[in-house]
Design a protein around this ligand. Sequence first.
Ligand SMILES: [Zn+2]
Length: 275
Amino acid sequence: MEEKAKEILDKEKIESVAAVEQAVDAVVEPVAPVDAVKEEIVPEDVKNLHPSLDKWKPKTKLGKEVMEGKWDIRTVLQNGIKIKEFQIVDKLLPELGHEIIYIGGSPGKGGGSQRTITKKTARMHKSGRRFRISSLVVVGTGDGIIGVGQGTGKEHRNAIEKAVEHAKLNLMLIKRGCGSWQCSCGQPHSLPLRGFGRAGSVTVELKPAPRGTGLAMSDDLKKIMKAAGVKDAWSRTSGNTSARTNLIKAGFNALKSMNNMKQPFLEKKVEQKRE
Ligand SMILES: [Zn+2]
């Protein structure tokens, strides 16, 4: 009973505080909260990048066969066939989502920097500065297929479109599993084993975690894992992780490293014991 009373008291307190805040807001001009300033805002024009399959005339053998409906994406990737036309992916995975990594930053009000979807770099020209806009994009199906791509252009939309196309050509199958010894559910909610990846100074280590752990990592790495469909994992990073391009590439490489590894030796030991 006491607990209930406490709960009610707490609720009333919160309500009264909210009421006070409302009253204050009515008098004082509202100031945008810090969180709202830092929030990542996706401009409308980059939300929908529609693939234009109508105009596509396949040039490669794979492209022509995909057009005839002969392939599915997993077979292509499992056989290690290089995809040279991004429309192949549009055809095979019409609902492939993309996630923009906010690699840019501009100094914001009140310290800190506001992150932007693209990075603007300048080079000097005799008539002034010439700008170049670059972007980084992660694409994924949410069930074990991801790609990372980079693109540059003169405009945001241009750079992002190129990055998405590049990511589609970089698709990779990743292994999911339940490699945590604390969990043996056998569902592909996590990773099968530990993986290491490196890019520039950044190293990323990804480890399987038991069900319900969630993704213990930075928001940028979460974007890759979500694209891949990994729900529970632990991570450890080192190096200059604020270099987000390298962080993402290192994370991608860590997932890739799991494909090259043989089955964990622990499994072999268990089998030997059984014999
Ligand atoms: Zn599990």
